[in-house]
Design a protein around this ligand. Structure first.
Ligand SMILES: O=C(O)CCC(=O)C(=O)O
Ligand SMILES: [Fe+2]
Length: 259
């Protein structure tokens, strides 16, 4: 965990011109970095640099700084094992076979994205937001941070601070777990706030279905509970494009596919 945080810190500290080559624009660009300093998002100012890299099924990585790619490759493999194991337990908790999600959503080819966020100290943290309210689109996100808190999740309509625990993952459930479980698992709304003292780095490893999987509420679950599906089926890739076109306005892209 320390190694990947140091590696990402190294990337964000590269000279601007070395980072520029990765300034992709499209949601399906495999390496995309950018900054949202001074960009008005709704009425708040967003205060972060980010680097998003597709690490599976095809591994991509920036070539700098030295050692970055090795560290990212190792971290991607290890977190993928953890996520697939957690999803077995989640399948069972839904009364499905342990490998149900793994097979139905073709996790062997699962779309895995490493999102590194860099939030420098902000002189007026009350006027800015690190990352505005959103839900993650995949199944599970494994999040770590550099010992500096800033993540908030929405619980019963209120924003709750989550403090980091050393050497542990904070696991967020994503939109596609909500779709597959027909709403039994809720995709959590969350955001990141900034502070005026210390740089915060967070690394959100997102684990999703394969891009070609069409995800809908599990038919086995609906049959057993005699329930109607709450969402239409949609290809994961199309959902990502839909989310890109839908500004992060605190509403989930899920609302767009609800029946
Ligand atoms: O910085 C954080 O704690 C949140 C990051 C996050 O939600 C994301 O990258 O999707
Ligand atoms: Fe997130």
């Amino acid at each position: 965990m320390e190694s990947i945080i140091d590696a990402c810190d190294g990337f964000f500290n590269l000279p601007e011109e070395e980072k520029q080559e990765y300034e992709g624009k499209h949601v399906l660009d495999p390496i995309r970095c950018g900054t949202s300093f001074n960009t008005a998002v709704e009425k708040v100012f967003s205060w972060r640099d980010f680097l998003k890299v597709f690490v599976h099924p095809v591994f991509h990585s920036p070539s700098k700084p030295a050692g970055f790619s090795e560290s990212l490759s190792e971290y991607s493999k290890r977190t993928r094992e953890v996520a697939r194991e957690l999803l077995k337990g989640i399948s069972e908790s839904l009364g499905l076979e342990a490998d149900y999600i793994d097979k139905a959503l073709n996790l062997e080819q699962g779309h895995q994205v490493n999102v590194a966020n860099f939030y420098p100290p902000c002189a007026q943290p009350e006027l800015a937001m690190g990352l505005p309210s959103h839900s993650d689109h995949g199944l599970l996100t494994l999040l770590i941070e550099n010992g500096v808190s800033g993540l908030q999740v929405q619980h019963k309509g209120k924003w709750v601070n989550l403090n980091s625990f050393p050497s542990s993952f904070l696991v967020n459930t994503g939109d596609h777990l909500q779709i597959l479980s027909n709403g039994k698992y809720k995709s959590v709304l969350h955001r990141a706030i900034v502070n005026n003292k210390t740089t915060r780095i967070s690394i959100a490893m997102q684990h999703g279905p394969s891009l070609e999987s069409v995800v809908s509420p599990a038919p086995e679950l609906l049959d057993r509970e005699n329930a109607e599906p709450a969402y239409i089926g949609i290809k994961y890739k199309e959902y990502l494009e839909l989310q890109q076109s839908n500004k992060l306005d605190g509403r989930s892209c899920l609302d767009r596919i609800r029946i």
